[in-house]
Design a protein. Sequence first.
Length: 97
Amino acid sequence: MGRRIAAIIRHGDYHQTPSAPSALQPYPLNTTGEQQAQAAATTINTLLSDHPWQLVSTIDCSQPLRGWQTADIIATALSTNSEESIKVESFDALAER
């Protein structure tokens, strides 16, 4: 079996209410955050084309909306260049505390 490489990607930018813990904020990505997620997908696609790496078919993400949206944007972009659809699975254990 080959070496496994994991990428840890933080969610994109979102509207953050001042003086409230970010873990408790339910807001979606803003336009900048959506662009950041798309840029992350572009970077991953570039790395995949430059190296003999194989992409797994699932992206794990945290459950807050901004985390799921970031993963979904990346999965959608990666699926266009993949033989199979990339799915997103969210886990509470990946949320900040």
